[in-house]
Design a binder for this molecule. Structure first.
Ligand code: AMP
Length: 286
């Protein structure tokens, strides 16, 4: 596996791959890789001739109050994991090179960025859209792989690709979970042993709300109340949102149509750790 941090070198190599007709896949990450990231790299390996994994803890997507400086990092472990999962190139750009002092771009996408994460992290998706656009131009992918774990982020990237006509396909890969159901996340390492157990309540809330919908419930307030009542069984857990929304538009009607695909979205804080998770409910009993 080729490891490089120079942005000009990355783009030069990527354009060479492109000229030689190779199908290039990119897996953008912030590092501290786990099996969720590995599953994206493995999928890219199956579909592409060249797999580029990027590791960049993007300062633009963190608010000043957030965890940028303490975000977990372990390049040695990441290198082994990315290589084992099948990456050909590990691109680890430096913030100073990605964002030179005169950097002045901000990509701000309307609509899908407004609710949920957008409400609690108002500048987050501008940072995501801006870095993803730059990473696409540096790595020139034919296919880009993202995880459903960050559901709203997937919708933002989809909008970015469509609105700017990036010539690439997006693959949204399923959320990888620990055996007990907790969605894998680099931030899980922050959890105290007690909160690691408490964190299971997210999966429980999603599964029970999913079952409720599958039994025919269509009232948004009933679905959301069930998730909130399960989450509040953990006294010190703070809910940012526990919402049911249309899976393609994120609209929040009072009552869902019978055939409407619904996404259940959660964001909670346990101590100083913020966790998100989601599940899409698409199959209905007649
Ligand atoms: P991150 O390093 O957290 O920014 O994540 C990089 C990519 O990996 C994003 O597309 C995430 O959605 C994806 N990802 C993170 N956690 C998981 C997971 N548990 N399962 C699948 N994909 C994930």
């Amino acid at each position: 596996m080729h490891i490089l941090s120079s942005t000009t070198e990355m783009q030069r190599i990527a354009l060479e791959y492109k000229r030689s007709g190779k199908r290039v896949g990119v897996v953008p990450t912030m590092g501290f890789l786990h099996d969720g990231h590995a599953s994206l790299i493995r999928t890219a390996r199956e579909e592409c001739d060249v797999v580029i994994t990027t590791i960049f803890v993007n300062p633009l997507q963190f608010a000043p109050t957030e965890d940028l400086s303490r975000y977990p990092r372990d390049l040695e472990r990441d290198t082994a994991l990315a290589s084992e999962a099948g990456a050909d190139v590990l691109f680890t750009p430096k913030a100073e090179e990605m964002y030179t002092p005169d950097f002045a771009l901000n990509i701000s996408i309307g609509g899908v960025t407004a609710p949920f994460e957008g409400e609690f992290r108002p500048t987050h998706f501008d940072g995501v859209a801006t870095v993803v656009a730059k990473l696409f131009l540096l790595t020139q992918p034919d296919v880009a792989f993202f995880g459903q774990k960050d559901y709203q982020q997937c919708m933002v990237v989809q909008k970015l690709v469509r609105d700017l006509a990036f010539p690439l396909e997006l693959r949204i890969c399923p959320t990888m979970r620990e055996k007990d159901g907790l969605a894998m996340s680099s931030r899980n390492v922050y959890l105290s042993p007690e909160d690691r157990i408490n964190a299971l309540v997210l999966h429980k809330a999603l599964q029970e709300a999913k079952t409720l919908i599958e039994r025919g419930e269509r009232e948004r307030s009933s679905i959301e109340s069930l998730m909130k009542s399960i989450l509040t069984s953990i006294p010190h857990l703070r809910i940012d949102y526990a919402a049911a929304a249309d899976a393609t538009t994120l609209a929040q009607p009072d009552t869902f149509a019978t055939t409407q695909a619904i996404v259940l979205l959660l964001a909670v804080r346990l101590g100083s750790t913020r966790l998100i998770d989601n599940v899409v409910v698409v199959e209905f009993e007649v």
